[in-house]
Design a protein around this ligand. Sequence first.
Ligand SMILES: [Zn+2]
Length: 102
Amino acid sequence: MDPMQNVLEESVHEVFHRLRQMEAGYCHCPQCQDDVVTHALNHARPRYISGSAVGSAVTRVSLTRDQAQAEVAVLVLEAMRRVQRNPRHGPEGYLPREAAVR
Ligand SMILES: [Zn+2]
């Protein structure tokens, strides 16, 4: 895998776990986690390819720095809101059996 992609992914995971801890009641199931990470990455990729702030920050492997983390946090928060509004398991909650089939 592309090392820059790895850095980006690690950062998204890290930021997501931090934000989720801060938000009481946010769903902790692996399905929502997958969706948030995937959504955030899908929106981060075009930026990182075009060499914008997120991209160059990732290139410098400086994602612990405030600016880059803040940019990733915006993407992760947006993804969290989106998944929360419309979780794949519906409002009833996570169904572990479904995930096992995947
Ligand atoms: Zn969930």
